[in-house]
Write a protein that binds this ligand. Structure first.
Ligand code: PA5
Length: 437
């Protein structure tokens, strides 16, 4: 079970205030478990965790195995909720440099369709030069501009390289079960398809084929991920403050009410960076509406202590931190002795790197708390596929409960359309001639 430690927030909030909030948290949880008129069509994510592989998961593993066998590179096309979850899991479990030295049997995985950068596109073209590759295209709506442009280019590359039939056998589409341009294209060309259930929104879709197919291609045990999510579903159904999800959701709202409008979500693992982005999207899109919302920022420690540490320590007192911790790995690095000690490090001789990290954590914690920055710590235990599944579900549940406490609907994103309308009008997209400003 993920442990939420509140011992470093009490300077800013009080136990009576937390206890007084219990009914609000209970009601928020009930709105999810019972469903409401407004959220009934968006709660599919709560039913995704399983103990046994479903038929869809078996197809995912089979497709992933084919990609691993016939491709040196797998390109995952998607943006936002359609790519960041799988990327987060892969980077957290396999490290930011996992692609180096990979090829057939365990392909490199690149992400595309998540920007409009020509430089990024040109770089991808270079990386694909002379390589056997497959494409997983992920879009619930099937019409997202960034993905559609990238996918059109990649599809044509596949057709030129392999001919139409082989190209079609190397394309995997993850999309709406019945509608949208991608669904129509997939059916016409008979690509292997996987479904994003209608009642699962983009940022809650990591435990569907959206997240699971790229994870399986990376060699991650997706049944373990799902079992971790199931552990979370069962453990975090508690209706009391013994539930760490309740503690996290309640305390971040109390801190917000006391003027802390920014949350920094951070870890000492460099591989956690994209998990931070996934959390950021989940909370920003779910909570940032009706003039409300905690700004979700992320940091990577210790690197960012050298970058934003000054502001955290002594800047405006409008922030709090959530530190996510994992148990140390078995293989430890021990600091050696140097005969002339010119770097002055012999005082650490025989100590592990992990020991030094622990002191950095304690040091930063105390300094920030002394500087009036409340720190929530989240202890996740060993870092493995099961933990990652548990963390995904924990945060989805916490985010939904937190949004209801905040008084907003976690499952819509009415603000996102405005930039699109302007962009489409400028691009001359049919139907948007008069939409822009
Ligand atoms: O959370 C969301 O809904 C978004 O981030 C979407 O996932 C993102 O815009 C991609 O949408 P689609 O899957 O329709 O291409």
């Amino acid at each position: 079970m993920i442990e939420v430690d509140l011992s470093n927030v009490w300077g800013q909030i009080t136990l009576p205030k937390l206890l007084a909030m219990e009914k609000e948290v209970f009601d928020a949880h009930m709105a999810l478990s019972e469903g409401t008129e407004e959220n009934g069509d968006y709660l599919g994510w709560m039913k995704l965790p399983v103990r046994e592989a479903t038929e869809e998961m078996q197809r995912i593993c089979k497709a992933a195995q084919k990609i691993r066998t016939d491709s040196e590179v797998c390109v995952v096309v998607g943006i936002g909720g359609s790519c960041v979850g799988s990327r987060a899991a892969i980077e957290l479990l396999q490290g930011p440099n996992r692609n180096i030295g990979k090829g057939k049997g365990d392909p490199q995985i690149f992400f595309a369709g998540n920007s409009l950068s020509t430089r990024h596109w040109n770089e991808l073209m270079g990386l694909l030069e002379g390589k056997d590759f497959s494409v997983i295209v992920i879009s619930k709506s099937g019409t997202t501009t960034e993905c559609a442009i990238a996918f059109r280019g990649l599809r044509w590359m596949l057709e030129r390289k392999y001919g139409t039939d082989e190209a079609n056998a190397r394309i995997y589409a993850v999309t709406d079960p019945c509608q949208g341009a991608l669904r129509q294209m997939a059916e016409a060309a008979r690509w292997e398809t996987f479904m994003i259930p209608r009642n699962v929104g983009g940022r809650f879709s990591v435990l569907t084929a959206v997240g699971l197919l790229p994870m399986a291609v990376a060699g991650i045990d997706i049944l373990e991920v799902m079992n971790g999510a199931m552990d979370a579903k069962e453990s975090y159904d508690l209706r009391s403050y013994e539930n760490p999800v309740w503690l996290y959701a309640a305390v971040r709202n109390l801190l917000y009410r006391s003027g802390k409008g920014i949350e920094i979500f951070e870890s000492f693992e460099p591989g956690f960076r994209v998990m931070g982005s996934w959390w950021q999207q989940l909370f920003a899109q779910s909570e940032g509406k009706n003039g409300k919302g905690i700004f979700p920022a992320t940091a990577e420690l210790t690197a960012d202590l050298h970058a934003i540490g000054q502001l955290v320590q002594q800047g405006e007192r409008n922030l709090f931190e959530t530190m996510v911790r994992f148990a140390p790995p078995e293989a430890q690095h021990v600091i050696g002795s140097d005969w002339n000690d010119l770097d002055g490090l012999n005082y650490l001789e025989g100590k592990t790197l992990d020991f030094v990290e622990e002191q950095a954590f304690q040091g930063a914690l105390t300094a920030h708390v002394d500087g009036q920055v409340p720190v929530i710590t989240m202890d996740c235990g060993a870092l493995n596929a099961r933990t990652v599944g548990e963390l995904f579900y924990f945060l989805e549940l916490a985010c939904s409960i937190s949004a209801y406490i905040l008084g907003v609907n976690p499952f819509d994103q009415p603000g996102v359309k405005f930039y699109k309308q302007n962009m489409f009008a400028l691009l001359g997209k049919p139907g948007y001639e008069n939409s822009g400003r």
